[in-house]
Design a protein around this ligand. Sequence first.
Ligand SMILES: Cc1cc2nc3c(=O)[nH]c(=O)nc-3n(C[C@H](O)[C@H](O)[C@H](O)COP(=O)(O)OP(=O)(O)OC[C@H]3O[C@@H](n4cnc5c(N)ncnc54)[C@H](O)[C@@H]3O)c2cc1C
Ligand SMILES: O=C(O)[C@@H]1CCCCN1
Length: 386
Amino acid sequence: MASNYDYIVIGAGIQGSFTSYQLVKRKKKTLLLEQFTLPHTRGSSHGQTRIIRKAYDQDFYTQMMDEGYKLWAQLERESGVKLYRRTGLLVMGPENSESYLDFKSTLEKNKTPMVVLTPDNFSQHIPNVILADGDGAFVDTTAGVLYADRALKVAQEHFQKLGGVIKDQEKVTDIKPGPIVTVSTSAGVYQAKGLVITAGPWTTKLLTHIDLHLPLTVVKINVCYWKEKIPDSYHVKKRFPCFLLTEGEEAGDHIYGLPSNEYPGLMKICYHNGSETDPDQRDKQTDTADIDILRRYITRSFPGLIPEPAVVESCMYTLTPDRHFVLDRHPAYGNIVIGAGFSGHGFKFGPVIGKLLCELSLGEVPSYDLTPFRISRFQTNLKSSL
Ligand SMILES: Cc1cc2nc3c(=O)[nH]c(=O)nc-3n(C[C@H](O)[C@H](O)[C@H](O)COP(=O)(O)OP(=O)(O)OC[C@H]3O[C@@H](n4cnc5c(N)ncnc54)[C@H](O)[C@@H]3O)c2cc1C
Ligand SMILES: O=C(O)[C@@H]1CCCCN1
């Protein structure tokens, strides 16, 4: 006998957890299914920190983060758990390049607090970093660090407190669409009038059950931590900011970092791309070309770090061709909603994405124009973004 729910959500990463929380807040009997034992480190939402920022090169992300910051603050108040630390985000890039100018003008247009630095005053504000010749720099002053592990736990706890059911260690093995959707797992069979798929890197595998192919690529990211030569020179307590380069060696491949905080004396600096992997075979992907790029960059620009990673962890991105998210209904089955392709920048939007996927599931008009996130765009070309 199948158990019945109003909604089933597949995948207890940040997006599935916030979507479930929103559904249960709207009094829907909701089941959240997760293949691994929670908490786990095998998807995209684990780890201690993520960047939160309004600095984007497209208005719609900057504008969604207005609400994003408010929802994170509300969750902090409701839970009594510190989830956000303001550090600012230093944005650097070739001063006259399109991408740098797009970031800068998007912030200006949207009246986001920022401080523009000059080569003359740069080192006063940002010690121990060498600004490359010809680079511009500004700080998105409200940006900072989200405490990711804590945030995931809080979202899941709030969902459960309102009566939501999480079943972990239950891998979804089949989906039968219809007015009532039937979901089979390694341990049971469940039915609901609506289904949300937020399966991160496993989305392509799950969508084969419902005849949908999306152009998603899964890449493994080497999450590298670099040792400070003098302890705390890049520490969050010294107000060292997060940083982001608007251009990499290849288009879309940026370098970014967070101040030392999570591991004493180590600063996290990563390359915003990686090599393709099967999510179930992640550890077999051992390409380290990104670490070579980082070594060169750190030698050039961060003289206070030893240019050899002290710790390397891993995580996965699920990339769309244009790096914009997928937030849409299944083209043939309107009661199946998909949230995928967060392309390495989705965490900060978690509370907003949860709200949007909930609205789509309930058949409501979504709070934002979802045109950039529609499945149908894959036939057309959109400008790529970070
Ligand atoms: C190294 C790194 C740095 C990042 N930095 C930032 C940042 O600074 N700021 C930011 O905003 N974002 C950042 N991101 C992106 C952000 O973390 C992701 O966009 C976000 O975590 C994606 O969440 P998700 O819920 O879609 O996927 P996931 O967290 O992968 O969740 C999907 C879940 O579905 C489960 N699942 C899959 N298949 C099944 C199945 N068949 N049955 C049951 N369960 C299933 C999986 O086990 C998993 O738990 C970063 C990502 C990485 C990897
Ligand atoms: O979403 C973010 O803010 C970061 C930017 C750099 C790459 C990883 N994700």
